[in-house]
Design a protein. Structure first.
Length: 203
């Protein structure tokens, strides 16, 4: 038998949008659910993910005290300086100046160099000494023999290795004496290096 005849409504059916007898409308008249949170708002007691954390937006000129207040420890602060995210005061204030009596070379006044610039700049500066000493010796009828040393160090503040300076030592002799000096130096180097190197040719 057909359950619904002649458009007769089913027994106890309730029209759409109406409330059944004896039942309370769960959400009448667009009333919000209890404790509902509007879209885009932050639920009570929960952090807003849109708010930046204390460690976001680092000031490159921040001091150690500023960074510690933001929650960074000493190791993290040193790493920030090593990667260049925060200024290293030691590297920023470092200056290079020539201490020789040769006024014709570079760095006659304090010059700022970054750790990345220092290696090539100091090497070039020491090479100026070598070139000028050789030219001076030549004018005097002598021969110059120069040795160059480059010094490195590690910054205690940011832990970056950098070239801290250089030194050029020059010995000049008459040409005849220089030949003897060169032979003596070569012999000493040969004696000092005996057994230190092994050349092997296979095939």
């Amino acid at each position: 038998m057909n359950i619904r005849l002649d458009n007769t409504p089913l027994y106890n059916t309730t029209p759409v949008g109406a409330t059944a007898p004896g039942r309370q409308n769960i959400r009448p008249n667009n009333t919000p659910f209890q404790n509902a949170t509007p879209v885009g708002a932050t639920a009570p007691g929960r952090p807003n993910p849109a708010e930046p954390s204390p460690k976001q937006g680092i000031n490159p000129n921040a001091t150690d005290e500023d960074l510690k207040k933001e929650g960074y420890n000493s190791s993290e602060i040193k790493d920030l300086k090593r990667t260049g995210k925060v200024r290293c005061e030691s590297c920023d204030s470092r200056r290079y100046q020539d201490k020789s009596d040769d006024g014709g070379v570079s760095f006659q006044s304090p010059t700022k160099l970054t750790p990345a610039q220092a290696a090539s700049a100091v090497a070039a500066h020491e090479n100026e000494h070598v070139t000028r000493n050789a030219a001076k010796a030549e004018r005097e009828g002598r021969v110059a023999h120069s040795t160059v040393r480059i010094f490195t160090s590690v910054c205690a503040e940011c832990n970056i290795s950098y070239v801290s300076g250089g030194e050029t030592r020059t010995v000049t002799k008459k040409k005849a004496e220089m030949n003897d000096f060169a032979e003596k130096l070569a012999k000493e180097n040969e004696e000092n290096n005996v057994g230190n190197n092994l050349d092997i040719k296979i095939g």
